[in-house]
Design a protein around this ligand. Structure first.
Ligand code: ATP
Length: 249
């Protein structure tokens, strides 16, 4: 499978403090990569740089072969970005929001309408399609933003905490939709603090701390590298990132 995302030696400092300190990783087409790390590890900063929302200090980013730092517009055409805080245009209805997003990406209006209907129905927002986004609960906003992220059929899907604020049913639905995209050949990178999600869904997992990638691979690879055979991802994660010994947790 083609490499969907290639990141080399990516770095970003804020006021002299390194938030991302030389991260390199690849995500193949048809692969789900979970980027894990404790609060403040540099996950969102990494994803924002890849999405072209934040200027990197150094490093390379390639999206399906396109140099995203040299040609951000071309790279952005292949990317969908789901931020950790759902940002919507409050005065637009859900339907208008999806029309607007599809228009931005130049999606054919007829196919956009069909996809908007399918996504809103799937996500249980169809009855709210004519309601303004400002009236939505957090979970409903999250679903509307996700529908916006999926409407242009991105080749690289980047999801920052996609399950936060979703109820159990919606969470299952969103996980299924993400998996479907992976099976269709999209490269997907997501962050999550719900380690079971990474354990169950991810093909590969990267754990970062203080802006550095500590370990990367399948869950089995991680166990081997961490000398933690038979242990859960939570055990591996805590043994690598926690200041206190796991036994004392
Ligand atoms: P969380 O799991 O809490 O969302 P994260 O891994 O996504 O954390 P980042 O948001 O990438 O972490 O933050 C990495 C570091 O960069 C933190 O030390 C944070 O304080 C710092 N940082 C992030 N954004 C800014 C900013 N705009 N200005 C200054 N420092 C920032």
């Amino acid at each position: 499978m083609a490499i969907g995302l290639e990141v080399r030696d990516l770095a970003k400092s804020y006021g002299g403090k390194r938030a991302v300190d030389g991260i390199s990783l690849n995500v193949r087409a048809g692969e789900l990569y979970a980027l894990l790390g404790p609060n403040g590890a540099g996950k969102t900063t990494t994803l924002r740089m890849i999405a072209g929302l934040l200027q990197a200090d150094a490093g390379e980013i390639k999206v399906f072969g396109t140099d995203a730092r040299r040609d951000p517009l071309a790279a952005k055409k292949a990317i969908a970005w789901l931020p950790d805080e759902p940002l919507l245009y409050d005065k637009l209805t859900a339907w208008e929001y999806l029309e607007f997003v599809a228009g931005l990406w130049g999606v054919d209006p007829a196919s956009a309408r069909a996809d908007a209907e399918r996504l809103l129905k799937l996500l249980g927002l169809w009855d709210n399609r004519n309601d303004r986004c400002e009236t939505f609960s957090r979970g409903m906003k999250q679903k509307a933003v996700l529908a916006g992220a999926l409407i242009h059929k991105p080749k690289l899907l980047m999801l920052d905490e996609p399950l936060t604020g979703l109820d159990a049913g919606a969470s299952r639905l969103v996980k299924d939709m993400i998996r479907e995209r992976v099976e269709d050949g999209a490269a997907v990178i997501l962050t999550t603090h719900i380690l079971e999600v990474a354990e169950r869904m991810a093909d590969r997992i990267g754990i970062i701390k203080d802006g550095k990638l500590l370990i990367e691979g399948s869950l089995e690879d991680l166990r081997t590298q961490a000398g933690a055979q038979g242990q859960s991802l939570e055990d591996v994660f805590l043994s690598l990132t926690s200041h206190t010994p796991v036994a004392a947790q």
